[in-house]
Structures are given as C-alpha cells and as structure tokens.
Design a protein. Structure first.
Lengths: 393, 397
C-alpha cells in the first residue's frame, strides 16, 4: 500500500518518509532532552534547598577517616581524592590478583570437565553446578564470616608447612625484604625481561621465515629466569632477605600479612569466577572440530604439537571474547568488597559519600571509573577481534 | 560403524573391574588423579557431613524460618501469599501437562506433589493445610489440562503473564480497611521480597529491554544513539552502583514533595539494570533471524511494526529462551545486593537474625541455609529451562 508506484515527484512532507523520519527523531530527541532537563532541574532545586551545589571541589577537603589497607601513602589527614585513589588501587589489585588466579583455576576446571577420568570429570561438574547456582554476595559473606573470621585467634594460630600462619587477624606468609643490592637486581630483572621479549620477537620472525619456530613459550621464561638467577648470585649479597611471619603477642609480625577481608574477597571472587571461566575454556576446546585434530595427527604431528599448533590457537579465538567479559565481571563484582569491609573503590566512595553528603558527584565518579574499565576492555576486544579476523584470512 | 557391528568378545565385555580400569586407572597419571580426586571428595564430604549433622546448630533456622521466608509480613495477612501460591501451583500443574513430555512430565508432577505433601508433614499448623491444598491444585491442574487444545495453551500462557501482577497486587493490598488492607513495603522481606524483586525485574524489564533492542537496531540515528548509550552505560557499571543511584539520586530527580518508597526504588534500579542486559540478548536473537524473513515480511506488505510483532520478534524471542532464563537466574541471584542498600531480602533478613542475642555467631548456619535456598531455586529454574528448551525444540530446526 505504502509502496505504490510514485506518480508525482514531491509528496507533501507528511507523506514523505524521509521527512517523517527526521521529525520522529527530532521529536524523540526533544522528548529525551526535555525529560532530562526536568530531572536535572528538580535535582538542582532539591540540592539548593539543602544548601549545596554541584561540584567536585570538595575532593580536596580532608578525608578524616582511616582505611584498613592502602597501596598509596594515604592517612586520615589526606584529601578525599587520595582516599578515592587508594580505593581505586585496591580495586585494581584485587582484580589483577583475581584475574590471574581465576584463570589458572578456570583452565584446570575446564580441562577437568573434559577429562577421560570419570571421577575428575564428575567432581569438576559438581563444583561448577554448585558455584553457578550460588549468589556471589551470599557466598562472599559466608566465606568471610563463616570461614576466615572463624579461623583461630592469633595465639592459637594454625601453622602450615612453609611458615604460613593462619589466624582470624590475617594470614601471614614468608616475604622478602629488599637489601642494599635490590636496586641493582631490579636492573637485572629489567634486562632479563628485555631479553625474553627479544627472544619472542626473533623466534616469531624465524618461525615465519623457516616454518619451524622454536618454542618461545619455553625459551623466553627460561632466559628470564637465567638472568634473574645470575643477578641473584653474581652480586655480593642477596638482594632479598627472607622474612618469616611469627606470632608475637596478639599480632603476627614479619613476612607479608594478608587481612581476612582481602583474602576472603580475592579467594571468593576466584572460586566463583573460575567456575564460569572453566565453562568458557571447555566450550573453546570443544569448539575445535574433531576433524582438525584428526587431520593434524594424519599429517604426522605429535599429540603435543597438535595441541600447541592446531587446537590451542583455534580454541583461543573462541575463548578470548567471553574470557574478557568474565574478567570484566570479576572487576565489577569486586565492588561487593563492601559486604566484607575491604576498602575498594566502591567502599571508599561510599564512605566519602556518607561523610561529605555528595551523593550525586560520588556516584557519578564511581560509575565513570567503572565505565572506563569496560571501555578499555571493549577497545581491547575490538582490537583483538580485528586481529583475529586478519589472521584468519 | 564397525564398532556397532562387531561387538567385543564376551571376555572383553564390560565388567565393573574392567570399567574401573578403563575409566579410572588406564594409566599411571590417571590412577594418581583418581586417588587424589577420591581423597578430595572423601575429605570434603566427611567435613560437610560432620558439620551438618553434629557441629551445626540448626535451632536458629527452626526458630526464624518464618522470618527468613516471609520477612515481617503480618501473620493475619499471610493467607494472601498462600492464595497466590495456590494459583501458582495450579498454573504449574497446567503447564507441566501441556509442555511436559509424556512420562517425564508425569513423574515430575508426581514428584512435585509428593514433595509438597512431604513438606506438609514436616510443618505444622495452618501451613500444612495450605501445602496440601497446593499439592491438590497442582495435581488438579495437571489433570484438567491433559490433552488440551490450542485455546487452553493460550489461556495458560496468559495466566503466566497475569499471575505476577495478581501476586504483587494481592500482597500489597489497597487502602486501610476492607478485605485487603495495604501492607507497607517496609514489612516485606525474606525470600518473599527476593522473589518479588525478581518477578518485578523480569516483568518490567522485558518490554523495556525489547524496546531498547529494537531502538538499537533502528535506522533513526538519535533513537539508536540513545539506546546504545543507555545499554552500554548500564552494562559497564556494577549493579550495586545502580542500586545506590536509585536509592540516593532517584528521590533527588523527583519534584519536591513526591516521595518514593525504598523497595520501589530498588525495583526501578533492578528493572533498568536487567533491561539493558535483556536488550543485548534480544539483539542477539534479532541478528540470528535470516534476512530473508525481514524481506519476506516486507514483500507481504507488512509495516515495520507488524513485521516485527508478527514475524521477527516471535522467532527471535523463541530462539533466546534459554539465554533469557539464564539471565533471569542471574537476576534472581543478583537481587541479593539490595541488602547492601538496606532492604530486608534474604541477605538483609539474615543480618536481623544474626543480631538476635540468642543466635550470635551462627553465621555459618544462617548463610549456609540462605545459600541453599538460592541454590535450590536457581537449579530448579535452570532445570525447567532445559525442559522448556526440549519441548519447544529450540535450536533443533
């Protein structure tokens, strides 16, 4: 009906589809703007009645509250912005540690789900079903209150082999203290890193030229370790001296002590996310068609070569996108730190919000920060997808 | 093929020992793995069983069961919850016989009825009568819908759409006097509130999410940009920030003098959050519909609205049913976050229970029980979704 052949060139504008579309868009845009304007007007009026205005100048005011653990030199006399940054660093720390550990555990779980061993496979499936149907928040609270805070008091602390001390005040592990040769050792480490990178690049090009690439994944870390070991022993004194944790009175001293909050948050996030990563890994491995493996075996590759050269690169293409979104989920879920009292970005921002009464500014700031994380992730994803597509054809 | 034709000789047919050797001890490394896994299973189960049956003190759950399930909903009005549960069991009974498959459906129905009857004998007082009535209605619903035609199907389908609204209205009530006095949302709590938040989230995020997905596909640039911005911003931030925004900023956005209930604020937050995720899932479904379908609809002379409503959306939504159920399970688990903004859902009520002087330090028991509740309902939902997928033949065409 609407597509009857057009007899005349210029229909009136209310029949012209282009004009109508333009009008519809303008109307929609105007409605959104108007609605937004009313909301913001209401907000500004409301805030004026409370005697405040919008602005981020307050971030320079003194915070005046303590944070249990920080990575920067924050004290209670620092500015709000310092507290905010301390929270941000803690979030990054938890996310980084969580991502590394959950990847390792996730790969183990994913492979275990495909194992030919029935018991291992069943166990992995049971773990997955258990975790997937739990609420992360409830699990974290249970993990913190029911496990980490129920550890014995410091004076009855559990000693694990390897000088690991477990108590409800924290978990102490042996740690190194830098000595005077530490700065020189750092140079060695840097040199080792450069060497490893060089090996990866050279092997890559060699592989392209000759078709026979040496295993960069073995040689690069080996080179790095060799340089590090050389740096450790060639110097007059060891760059790190071992510091063992020990119970002293009511506290653990020495070593590195992880608070129950940190431990509960990180391990809870890892145990939960690993279940999902395990599924991603399993799906990725299963996505490689059986014909590929059989073809690889038929042209005479060993089973290890098949895995490394045929299965793994193809599985990775399927795994990376959902894996990245799991990493992003872990980062966003780390905001549940507020339930266990670990001072992450959200916890600190909430404290600032309560103390300064600046709800609008703080919520906007937190949201923008998390948005930045996901923006960076999606930029990486676009880059990766483009790269994979190039490799494919 | 040859394997099917040539069965192994009798001596090599499977025996228990042979099975064990083949599956668990076929190599040294596998044998070590088996032993390690068996040891791990044994230690975990032993610890768990010892704790559950000897160490844990379940009195805290027995005393507070009503609080955990219903919050502080007035006892005199609890019948309303039961009535909506009766309706629900009738609907479930209907659906089981319509969409279930033959024997499995029968077994499942019998199992559910048996479970309700068994529960009825565990509890005491009027709850027993209600539970028995639920079992009876479930069976009746199943019986009545046997061999039902298409008309019955659509009636039951509509029933599923209407039920959440009846549930909410019945629980909330109207006015002060009358047969259904209003029960303030400050008295809502426990598992009931968790369900309520989930149901509201699902029901209201559905149309919004579909609209957002369509808007994202639209040719109208301003509409598309608006939808993309909304979806990406909401998906980029943690739910807890959205809940805080709903709690703290929503009242600011409203004209002075208009107040909005705390539970309602959380519902707004959850709905918007869920809508953004739903929009992305629906978009996936829309993209999976072959272009020929769009063109065929256009060729038939259907307008954009009609072709979407009659041709594209029904197919797209059917395609993504499993994904949607997964999302709703995630939503159910995520509603726990409202406890952080101070509502008394399952997690919030757990805090109240733990604050009782008689039950200090029973964290493990309380949170284990709540985890169990979440687990059972999530698992049941995913089980039903697999069934549904089977019977609708999703992914099989």
């Amino acid at each position: 009906m609407a597509n009857a052949p057009k007899a005349h060139a210029n229909p009136p504008f209310w029949r012209d589809e282009r004009a109508l579309r333009l009008l519809a868009q303008l109307a929609f845009g105007a409605a959104v703007l108007f609605f937004g304007y009313i909301l913001i007007q209401n907000m500004v009026n409301g805030l004026r009645q409370q005697g405040t205005t919008l602005g981020i100048g307050f971030l320079q005011n003194t915070a005046g509250f303590d944070l249990a653990e920080t990575l920067n030199d924050y004290t209670r006399s620092s500015a709000y912005i310092q507290a905010f940054l301390a929270g941000l660093y803690n979030t990054l720390l938890v996310s980084a540690v969580g991502i590394v550990l959950s990847t390792i555990l996730g790969i183990i779980l994913g492979v275990a789900r495909l194992s030919s061993n029935v018991l291992v496979r069943t166990l992995a499936t049971a773990y997955l079903e258990l975790m997937r149907n739990l609420s992360l928040l409830v699990f974290l609270i249970f993990w913190y209150l029911g496990v980490f805070l129920k550890l014995p008091l410091v004076r009855d602390a559990i000693n694990w082999p390897g000088n690991i001390i477990l108590s409800n005040r924290g978990i102490g592990i042996p740690w190194g203290i830098p000595t005077e040769t530490w700065p020189a050792f750092k140079l060695f480490l840097f040199g080792g890193l450069l060497l490893a990178l060089a090996i990866i690049v050279i092997f890559h090009f060699q592989g392209k030229r000759t078709g026979k690439a040496p295993l960069a994944i073995v040689w690069a870390p080996l080179a790095f370790i060799a340089v590090a070991v050389a740096g450790w022993f060639l110097q007059p004194a060891a760059p790190l001296s071992l510091d063992l944790p020990a119970v002293q009175g009511l506290n653990i001293r020495g070593g590195r002590i992880f608070t129950p909050e940190f431990m509960a948050l990180v391990s809870g996030l890892v145990l939960y996310t690993a279940a999902f990563i395990g599924e991603v890994v399993r799906a990725g491995i299963q996505a490689v068609s059986k014909g590929q493996v059989e073809a690889a075996r038929a042209i005479g590759l060993t089973s290890f070569q098949t895995l490394r050269l045929v299965v793994f690169p193809q599985a990775l293409q399927v795994i990376i996108p959902p894996l990245t979104s799991q990493y992003l989920n872990l980062t966003k879920n780390s905001s549940l730190a507020i339930a266990v009292g670990y001072p992450d970005l959200f916890y600190v921002s909430n404290t600032i919000l309560n103390q300064s009464g600046r709800a609008v500014e703080m919520i906007t700031l937190v949201m923008l920060t998390y948005l930045m994380f996901s923006l960076i992730t999606s930029i990486f994803m676009n880059w990766y997808n483009a790269r994979v597509r190039l490799v494919e054809r | 093929m040859s394997e099917a034709i040539m069965k192994p000789p009798l001596a090599e047919r499977q025996t228990l020992l042979g099975w064990l050797r083949k599956n668990l001890f076929n190599s040294w490394s596998n044998a070590i793995l088996t032993v390690a896994a068996a040891w791990l299973t044994f230690v975990t189960l032993r610890g768990l069983i010892t704790w559950v049956f000897t160490e844990a003190d379940w009195a805290v759950i027995q005393t507070n069961l009503r609080l955990i399930l219903l919050g502080q909903y007035p006892i005199a009005q609890v019948w309303r919850i039961w009535v909506s549960m009766l309706l629900l069991s009738f609907l479930i009974g209907n659906s089981l016989s319509i969409w279930g498959k033959g024997k499995t459906s029968t077994r499942f129905t019998i199992g559910l009825v048996a479970l309700l009857v068994a529960l009825a004998f565990v509890v005491s007082g009027p709850s027993r009568t209600w539970l028995l009535a639920m079992g009876a209605l479930l069976a009746a619903g199943w019986w009545l819908a046997r061999g039902a035609g298409k008309a019955m199907r659509s009636v039951v389908g509509i029933g599923w759409v209407i039920w959440p609204l009846i549930f909410i209205l019945l629980l909330r009530g109207f006015g002060d006097g009358g047969p259904l006095p209003q029960v303030g949302t400050n008295l809502w709590g426990g598992l009931m509130l968790t369900f309520m938040l989930t149901i509201v989230g699902i029901v209201f995020s559905f149309p919004i999410g579909v609209l957002l997905a369509l808007g994202r596909q639209s040719d109208l640039r301003i509409v598309r940009w608006f939808c993309i911005t909304f979806i990406e911003v909401v998906r980029g931030v943690p739910l807890i920030t959205i809940l805080f925004m709903a709690q703290l900023m929503l009242p600011l956005f409203l004209p002075s003098g208009v107040t909005i209930d705390r539970v309602l604020r959380a519902m707004v937050g959850i709905t918007l959050f869920s809508a953004a995720y739903l929009a992305e899932n629906v978009r996936g479904g829309l993209q999976a519909i072959p272009k020929g379908q769009y063109e065929a609809a256009y060729a038939l002379g259907l307008s954009t609205t009609l072709s979407m409503g009659l041709i594209i959306l029904p197919q797209a939504l059917r395609l993504i049913i499993p994904i949607l159920v997964g999302q709703f399970i995630a939503l159910f688990k995520d509603t726990a976050l409202v406890a952080i903004v101070g509502l008394f859902d399952l997690v919030g009520i757990a805090r109240t229970v733990l604050a009782q002087p008689a039950f200090l330090g029973t964290h493990r028991e309380v949170y284990a029980f709540i985890s169990l509740l979440y687990w059972v309902f999530s698992y049941a939902m995913s089980y039903v979704s697999i069934r549904l997928e089977d019977s609708l033949g999703v992914g099989k065409r």
